[in-house]
Each structure stands twice: as C-alpha cells, then as structure tokens.
Design a protein around this ligand. Structure first.
Ligand code: UDP
Ligand code: MG
Length: 315
C-alpha cells in the first residue's frame, strides 16, 4: 500500500494538536493508504512537545521532530519535507485552518497524475482587512518584480509527489519562500480552492516582524529588481547632473549671473545624499543575504526525534 506523509509544523499549538490529530486520523483511515504524521515542533515553549511525545507513544504512525529552537515556519516545513518517507507528502498547518476534510481530494488529484496539488485560499474567515490588504499588495508586488509567479492566496497547504520532494530537497538556500520555490520547480501542477476557517484555538504565530521578513525573503529571493531600480534612478540623476553642469558652465562663462542660488545646491545635496543612503540600504540587504547564504550553516537543528520506539524506551 502507498504511504502518504503528512507534515505539520507546530509552534505553541498545545490546544490544537489533539483535535488536529483526531481529524486527520478520521479522514485518512477512511482511505486505502498507509499514512504517517510528521510533526515538526518549531521550538515551542508550551506543552506541544509533551503532547507529541504522548501521541508518538500511543500511535506508531506519529513522529515528532523537535527542533532545538524556533527556526520559523518555512524552515520547520523544510525539516519535515526532508524527513518524510511517503510516496507523496502533504504539508499543512496544525491549527485547523487547512481543513483535514480536504485530504481525500488532494490525494485524488495525485492519483490522477498531478505531482503538485497546490491549494489556494479563497477567503479566510475572521481575518482583518489590514492583513488581507497587505497580503494582496505583497503578491502583486512580488509578481510584478520577479519572473516567478506566485498565486495570490497560495498557501503552504499542498500535496507533493515524492519526485518533487526529492527535487525540493536539493534547494538548500537559507532564506526560503517555499511558495515561490514550488512554483519555480515546475512539474505537473494543479490548483484547488478552499475556504480557510478560523483557527481552532490560540492566535496567529506570525508577528508583523515575521510577516515583513517573510515578504522580504520572497522578494529578494526571486528578484533583482530593487538593485536594478537603484541603477536606473542613479542613471537618470547622472544625466540630469550632466545637463546641469553644462548649464552651470554656460552661466559662468557667458553671463555675469554667477553665484546665484544656494537653494539649488542644498536641495540637490540633500536629495542625492538621501538617495545614496537609500540605495546603499538596498545593496546592504542583498549583501546581508549573501553573507547568510555563504556561511552554509545547517538550516535547522533537531534536538530529538520522538517515535513510538524511543518514547517507549524512555519509560
Ligand atoms: N508555525 C511554526 N513556526 C513559526 C510560526 C508558525 O511552525 O515560527 C506554525 C504554526 O504552529 C501553524 C503554522 O505554522 O501550524 C501556521 O502558522 P499560523 O497559523 O500562526 O499562521 P497564519 O495562519 O496566521 O498565517
Ligand atoms: Mg493559521
């Protein structure tokens, strides 16, 4: 029988895991497949690892990978993908916003021959207009700036054939925007729409800071546009200042109107100074990212792996 792996990154989800586990088991047991649930505990500070230990102890289909600290959702997801053993891997959130009732539908598409089944969130119940607005702005910006197209509302709820997972495992960059990576990887992809319900319990684990970093990772990983914009604006100013220089020389040599206007000088110094700082910042952002990548540090560190085997031995 084919094995389906379900990879779930969890960060402080103590109130959600049991319900999530029961729903997944209920939906998967109705299907003619073996399955495993690979939870990746992303450095939770609550009882999440204890719950995973209990589940792994009582059900051999459950494994828990406990990361050494919080590495972030995208890295936790990558850790799960690296360690899944299935013929296909489904990644989903552990807060019930990715409905387990969808699992049979994803697998059905896979059986039809699709290698990536990508879900698209139509709406999310109970999300503020600000989050909707900023998220839609981000996707528009991202798609305008890079040659990788990412579907607005694309989520990290998807099924990947083992061939795609193997390819994905060869992408070792640190700044990860998995939606973009999967879109760039190719293979036979299909979209499937869904409505995301509210979180079962708790609140979103994404702070504004985390969202902003995520957005920056997405844009800088796929686009050199910010660097190019600096070049074009620099070029425009170079042309303008060349024309101005001719003008200044003309006034100096052919008229008696020299030494007018400190205003122009101050204004142009301020403007150019500001622009230079701005674009040094843009370059700095990319240099920083090069620095992060060349260190070649491990993407994540697994403190322990919880399986039925090793949780039983402990007792
Ligand atoms: N998550 C994680 N590490 C983090 C933040 C979140 O593993 O640093 C997990 C979280 O437990 C959940 C999933 O990633 O299972 C999605 O997070 P969340 O529901 O907070 O995001 P939202 O649905 O608000 O976009
Ligand atoms: Mg959520």
């Amino acid at each position: 029988m084919k094995l389906v792996s379900i990879v779930v990154p969890v960060y402080n989800e103590e109130e959600n895991i049991d319900v999530f586990y029961q729903e997944v088991v209920k939906n998967m047991e109705a299907l003619p497949y073996c399955f495993e649930i690979v939870f990746v505990d992303d450095g939770s500070k609550d009882a999440t690892p204890l719950i995973l230990e209990r589940l792994a102890g009582q059900d051999q289909r459950v494994r828990g990978l406990v990361l050494a600290r919080n590495f972030g959702h995208q890295v936790a997801l990558s850790c799960g993908l690296d360690n899944a053993d299935g013929d296909c891997v489904i990644t989903m959130d552990g807060d019930m916003q990715h409905p387990p009732e969808m699992l049979p539908k994803l697998i059905e598409k896979w059986e039809q021959g699709f290698e990536v089944v990508q879900t698209v969130r139509l709406t999310t119940e109970g999300v503020s207009w600000l989050k909707n607005f900023t998220s839609s702005l981000f996707y528009r910006l991202m798609n305008a700036m890079s040659n990788v197209q990412v579907q607005e509302g694309g989520s990290d709820f998807r099924l990947l054939d083992i061939k795609v997972v193997d390819s994905f495992r060869r992408f070792r960059e640190r700044a990860r925007f998995i939606r973009g990576m999967i879109s760039a990887i190719g293979y036979r992809q299909i979209k499937m729409e869904f409505i995301a319900p509210k979180r079962f319990a708790g609140s979103s684990k994404f702070s504004i800071k985390k969202m902003l970093h995520f957005a920056l990772d997405g844009i800088t990983a796929y686009s050199k546009m910010p660097l190019r914009i600096s070049f074009y604006i620099g070029l425009a100013f170079a042309i303008i200042s060349f024309i101005l220089t001719i003008h200044v020389l003309y006034i100096k040599m052919f008229t008696n109107e020299a030494v007018p206007g400190w205003a122009t000088i101050t204004a142009s110094i301020l403007l150019l100074g500001g622009l230079q700082l701005l674009f040094i910042g843009v370059i700095g952002e990319y240099v920083g990212r090069i620095f992060e990548e060349v260190k070649q540090r491990p993407l994540y560190l697994v403190r322990e792996e919880l399986t039925q085997h090793n949780t039983k031995n402990k007792k």
